[in-house]
Design a protein. Structure first.
Length: 139
């Protein structure tokens, strides 16, 4: 069995952002030389997410509106976590909803997606460096 590990680094200029990372992950899978296996993509920060969905126009804005209704950033004093001096309790909740990681099958050396599926990095407390782990395992 072979494996390849790489890290993607993101520093979004805004507090919340959605970044299509499919091409980054696809390149790592191709470089790995693995033909059959699995690819794990993991947001390594508790205020960020990795998820699979469509890159359809307006969908990320809909995610953002929906998440802000479920866990609004303001007022920040509504969260006990923020009593520690932080202001990112909402980001922790948003990450919990959107998920930590995805696993995609590799078939014939390529990511084996369903129709329209792509991989996204979701940032909920940006403006600083954060890492995403990409681990490819297989033969």
């Amino acid at each position: 069995m072979k494996s390849k590990t790489e890290y993607l680094v993101f520093n979004t200029p805004t507090r919340r952002a959605y970044v299509n990372i499919t091409s980054n992950v696809r390149k790592i899978v191709e470089e790995s030389g693995i033909k059959e296996g699995l690819c794990l993509v993991d947001a390594m920060h508790i205020t960020a997410s990795v998820f699979i969905n469509d890159n359809e126009s307006g969908l990320h804005q809909d995610f953002d509106k929906w998440l802000e209704k479920l866990a609004p950033h303001a007022p920040t004093d509504q969260y006990e976590h923020n009593e520690t001096g932080e202001d990112n309790a909402d980001a922790h909740l948003k990450r919990q909803i959107m998920g930590r990681e995805v696993v995609v099958a590799i078939t014939n050396g390529k990511l084996d997606f369903g129709p329209w599926e792509q991989i996204f990095y979701g940032e909920f407390d940006g403006r600083r460096n954060k890492r995403v782990l990409v681990k490819v395992i297989g033969e």
